[in-house]
Design a binder for this molecule. Structure first.
Ligand code: SF4
Length: 373
C-alpha cells in the first residue's frame, strides 16, 4: 500500500494546545501556497510513476478553511501526476467552524470520500478553553451537511474540568450524528503553548484520571459498535482508516507541503517547516526536504514492532520474517521474555493484550532497549 499526504497549514485561529505547523494569519497566501504545492506534486510525479496510490489525506492546519476550489485543484493535479486506485480512500480534515453547503458539494466533486471532523468535546465551555473556533451546534450542522457520507470524529481527553459524563456526551453526540469512526486521544501538552500554563497550575486531569476516562470511553464506544483497531482509533466494521493503517503497517507514503514528511524506498525525509523557504525552494525547482535519512535495518525492525503492536491486528510473525529474513525471537529474545505477561499470540499474530494496549509505551520499552544494545 502507498499513501499521499497533503499539508494545508492555514487556520483561522491558533488553538491553545496547538503545536502543529499551522499559521493563523496567512490565509491570503493560500492560493500562492497551493500553486507551489501543485508544482511539488508535478516534480515528484515522474519519479513515482510506477506507484499506484491507495489513499490521499488532506491534513493541517485546517484544509476546510481554504477556498474549496484549491482542494479540487489539488485533486486534479494528483490525478494528473500520479496513478490513484479507482477505489482510493480520499480524506479531508474538516473544522466545523469553516463549513457550508457549497464547500461540501465541491469536495464531493473533487472525489473526497471521507471526512475527519475535529469536534474534540461536546461541551461549549471546554471548546472555548481550547480556543476552538466552533461550538457544538456547528458540529451538528456540519454532520447534517455530510449526511450519508463517511466521516470520523475526533474526541479529546484530559481537558480542564472534563468529567466522564462529558466524555459520554461527546461520544453520544458523534454516534447520534452518524460518525462511522471515532479517534479518541489524550490532549498532549507541549511546552510553549498557552495551555501549558493550565498544566503548570495543576488545572488539567493527571495521567491516572485520563487513563480512567479512556477506559470509560473505550467501553462506551465498544457498546455502540465502534471496534478499537488501534490504541486511539475505533470504527464500525469496514470503516477503519486505510491511510492510517498504512502508516502502522510501515507502508510507504509521500508528503507534500510545508513540514510534510515521507517514507519512500526505505528513506524518511521531511520538508522545511518554514513557509517562505518552502515556497522559494519549490519555485526555484528544488525539493523542499530539509532532513533525509536511510532507515537502518535495526531501526526498521524496531519501527515494525512498535507500529504493529499499536494495532489490534498485531504483528505478523511471518510478515516480520519476510521483511527482514530473521525471526522476532532471534532479534528480540530478551524483550520477548520481559514482556511475556503483556503479549498474546493469536494464530501467527503477536498482540498486546487488550487491557495493556493503553500502556503500550511501557510494553515497547524493552524492545527499544534491546534494539540499542
Ligand atoms: S485547528 Fe488544528 S491545526 Fe489549527 S490551530 Fe487548531 S489544533 Fe492547530
Amino acid at each position: 500500500m502507498a499513501g499521499i499526504y497533503i499539508h494545508v497549514p492555514f487556520c483561522r485561529h491558533k488553538c491553545s494546545y496547538c503545536d502543529f505547523t499551522s499559521f493563523p494569519d496567512k490565509i491570503e497566501m493560500a492560493e500562492a501556497y497551493m500553486a507551489c504545492l501543485y508544482k511539488e506534486l508535478k516534480m515528484r510525479g515522474d519519479e513515482l510513476k510506477e506507484y499506484e496510490f491507495d489513499t490521499v489525506y488532506f491534513g493541517g492546519g485546517t484544509p476546510s478553511y481554504i477556498p474549496p476550489k484549491l482542494i479540487l485543484g489539488a485533486m486534479n493535479q494528483i490525478r494528473k501526476c500520479f496513478r490513484l486506485k479507482p477505489d482510493a480512500e480520499v480524506t479531508l480534515e474538516l473544522n466545523p467552524g469553516t463549513i457550508g453547503e457549497s464547500k461540501v458539494q465541491t469536495y464531493l466533486q473533487a472525489g473526497i470520500n471521507r471526512f475527519s471532523i475535529g469536534l474534540q468535546t461536546a461541551i461549549d465551555e471546554q471548546l472555548a478553553d481550547l480556543g476552538r473556533i466552533h461550538n457544538v451546534r456547528d458540529y451538528v450542522y456540519a454532520t447534517k451537511l455530510l449526511a450519508g457520507q463517511n466521516f470520523s470524529t475526533d474526541v479529546m481527553l484530559g481537558l480542564k474540568n472534563q468529567t466522564k459524563d462529558d466524555v459520554a456526551k461527546t461520544i453520544e453526540l458523534a454516534y447520534r450524528c452518524g460518525s462511522k469512526h471515532i479517534s479518541m486521544y489524550a490532549l498532549t501538552v507541549e511546552d510553549g503553548t498557552p495551555i501549558y500554563t493550565d498544566y503548570l497550575n495543576g488545572e488539567l486531569p493527571d495521567s491516572d484520571e485520563v487513563a480512567e476516562m479512556y477506559e470509560f470511553g473505550r467501553k462506551l464506544l465498544e457498546e455502540k459498535g465502534y471496534k478499537r483497531y488501534e490504541i486511539s482509533n475505533f470504527a464500525m466494521d469496514g470503516y477503519e482508516s486505510k491511510h492510517n493503517l498504512n502508516y502502522w503497517r510501515r507502508g510507504e507514503y509521500i508528503g507534500f507541503g510545508v513540514s510534510a514528511s515521507s517514507f519512500m524506498q526505505g528513506k524518511r525525509f521531511t520538508n522545511t517547516f518554514d513557509m517562505d523557504e518552502y515556497m522559494k525552494c519549490v519555485i526555484s525547482g528544488f525539493y523542499p526536504a530539509v532532513t533525509s535519512e536511510q532507515v537502518s535495518e535495526t531501526d526498521a525492525k524496531f519501527e515494525y514492532v512498535m507500529l504493529a503492536l499499536r494495532t489490534r491486528e498485531g504483528l505478523s510473525m511471518q510478515g516480520y520474517k519476510n521483511a527482514f529474513g530473521t525471526t522476532l525471537a532471534e532479534d528480540f529474545p530478551n524483550a520477548l521474555k520481559k514482556t511475556v505477561k503483556y503479549l498474546e499470540l493469536d494464530g501467527e499474530r503477536l498482540k498486546i493484550k487488550d487491557e495493556y494496549l493503553y500502556v503500550q509505551n511501557s510494553v515497547l520499552m524493552p524492545f527499544m532497549e534491546e534494539e540499542r544494545e
